[in-house]
Ligand binder design. Structure first.
Ligand code: ZN
Length: 188
């Protein structure tokens, strides 16, 4: 089922997600719906907040992106990124393991808005998968960027919070317009 993606201006995007204690059949159905929604909108990552649930859950799939490389290490060994997709992260914890690099980002909750964001180029990730099993990996490039963007969502942090002051000033009219449009739909 394709779910409605909430846009900037909806308070749930600013809520910290609660930790997930148990992977239930209902949660697995939600995960399937999140993948369906993400693919229908040609996204590569979707956080639970973006479909109105403040919980520590995100889905990711960078398979379709061929012009921006990703790296993956499992148990210290290089691994195939495509075989690791699609990726479900529950209660993710990140540790930066390199210096920041700047790269372009968009967000399904901010249609038509793009900006360069500086983030660590690679991170170590600990999380649970959709079976409730612990997973650990190190990733770099696009995958690291997506993992960080989505994990931010789970803490109520948005990519506009990571923009430079200048970029945010430039985008201010578009951001205000989007926020106003979203708020007008909430009142109805
Ligand atoms: Zn986003």
């Amino acid at each position: 089922m394709i779910l409605e993606i909430v846009k900037y201006g909806q308070p749930v995007l600013r809520q910290r997600g609660s930790r997930i204690e148990k992977v239930t059949p209902a949660l697995n159905r939600l995960i399937d719906d999140m993948f369906e929604t993400m693919r229908a909108t040609r996204g590569i990552g979707l956080a639970a907040q973006q479909i109105g649930h403040a919980i520590q859950l995100t889905v990711i799939d960078v398979t379709e992106i061929t012009d921006r490389p990703s790296t993956l290490h499992l148990k210290g060994q290089p691994a195939d990124v495509h075989e690791f997709m699609p990726l479900v992260l529950i209660n993710p914890e990140l540790k930066p393991v390199s210096d920041p690099a700047s790269g372009p980002e968009g967000c399904l909750s901010f249609p038509e808005i793009y900006a360069d964001i500086s983030r660590p180029e690679s991170v170590e990730v600990k999380a649970l998968d959709r079976a409730g099993e612990r997973i650990e990996f190190r990733c770099g490039g696009l995958l690291a960027r997506v993992v960080q963007h989505e994990t931010d969502h789970l803490q109520g942090i948005l990519f506009i919070d990571r923009m430079s002051w200048e970029t945010k000033q430039e985008l201010k009219p578009q951001l205000e317009e989007l926020q106003t449009a979203t708020r007008s739909t909430i009142k109805k």
